[in-house]
Write a protein that binds this ligand. Sequence first.
Ligand SMILES: O=c1ccn([C@@H]2O[C@H](COP(=O)(O)O)[C@@H](O)[C@H]2O)c(=O)[nH]1
Length: 235
Amino acid sequence: MNRSPIIALDFPAPDDALGFLDNMPSGLWVKVGMELYLQNGPDIVGRLKDRGHAVFLDLKLHDIPNTVGRAMEGLARVGADMVNVHAAGGSEMMRRALDGLDAGTPAGRKRPALIAVTQLTSTGEEQMNHEQGIPGRLMDSVVRYSRLADMSGLDGVVCSVHEASAIRDACGEEFLKVTPGIRLADGDTHDQKRIATPADAGRAGSTHIVVGRAITRAADPAAAYETVKQQWEEG
Ligand SMILES: O=c1ccn([C@@H]2O[C@H](COP(=O)(O)O)[C@@H](O)[C@H]2O)c(=O)[nH]1
């Protein structure tokens, strides 16, 4: 299967992101997150699309339903292929996000896929229990949020590789399982708690993997990208 890892462009400025991509293959899946978007505005999305990349705009909206719905109506015009919210915002917020995207997507253009963050991959079970006050297993929380996102009409979720197969059982094969927290064997964990290798992701049924520092901070990012892609395909 031909799979494209999503490269997290966690850079401070468009020139850093575009300069990085100059030395990478064409036609990639890339992710624009808060660091790049909030400091530089929406133009970066169009510039990446003009260069032939698919764009996941990772802003993780979480607010009252009206605010998120109206924000999504505006974001639909920015031209990303995938956008997201936090499932913790609830079913009404997620439905309003979807309605906003439908309303804002220009005629003739495909609505961006809408996915929901379940539990961040930097969150562990103990932190969830004691800081968020959610008792029980983290797996159960992730699956519960996934079902809620599914029932709200969303296209998928952000989760870790460790929950991907349980989500497939709960929400089906087609439901997107977008999994950050990817590390090559012996790679630095950084601030992530629920990590896995690209091969683990292949076996668990991740539909997309998100890879930042393991590629962007590698001595040879193009070689690291190929390694991640190959290991995912073989997993
Ligand atoms: O649960 C989540 C949701 C989003 N992310 C984002 O993915 C990348 C991961 O970067 P690495 O350098 O590979 O750790 C980053 O942009 C996060 O904002 C996530 O890690 N976990």
